[in-house]
Design a protein. Sequence first.
Length: 232
Amino acid sequence: MKTLITCEHGGNRIPARYSPLFRRHRALLASHRGYDPGALAVARDFASALDAEIVYSTTSRLLVELNRSRHHPSLFSDVSGALPEAERRRVLERYYEPYRAWVEETVRNVTAAGKRIVHLSCHSFTPRLGGIERRADIGLLYDPAREAEVALCLAWQRALKAAAPRLKVRRNYPYRGYNDGLTTALRRRHADPLYAGIELEVNQKHALGDPAAWRALRRILISSFNEACPSC
């Protein structure tokens, strides 16, 4: 069993070539729309604890959305969508395609050898969206049609509840795990159970709150994952 850790929204960096385009959007870059606060810290902690390979990006999702397919209408943001077509192709060639190809190659190398891989894609979500409170601390996203993913997320949810009963852990919340995304694209190419793609979503209120409590939560996430997937 191999474990791969990814983080598609690890930062809000804008390359110098596109900085003028975002000059009047600094507040947007600093918001949850610009990146996933805390997600990269979670990903790095998991990679270190599991001695797992990690692939991450610190380029803002407002330039290009790495967790969307090329045909998706949200691949480019309202800001970057104003770029000429040739420049959008350049963005894809420089930032999108290498990232997706790197992850795909890693998964393919494992599954082609007949071995299993668990891909943990680390994200965070804003506590309120559109004036509505998100009522969860942790979200575990997966495809209900994939038995390996179902089993892992059920076991992880139980382990999290046992370790931290006050945490509200929900499955396929605040998004559906089978929506358009990197794990969904990989499922089309790699069979169950050789590939299991899980998106971990953490409420940003924890990442932006007390640092000691945030470190403790990350330790709980790792220890409960190890309990749910001891061979990972």
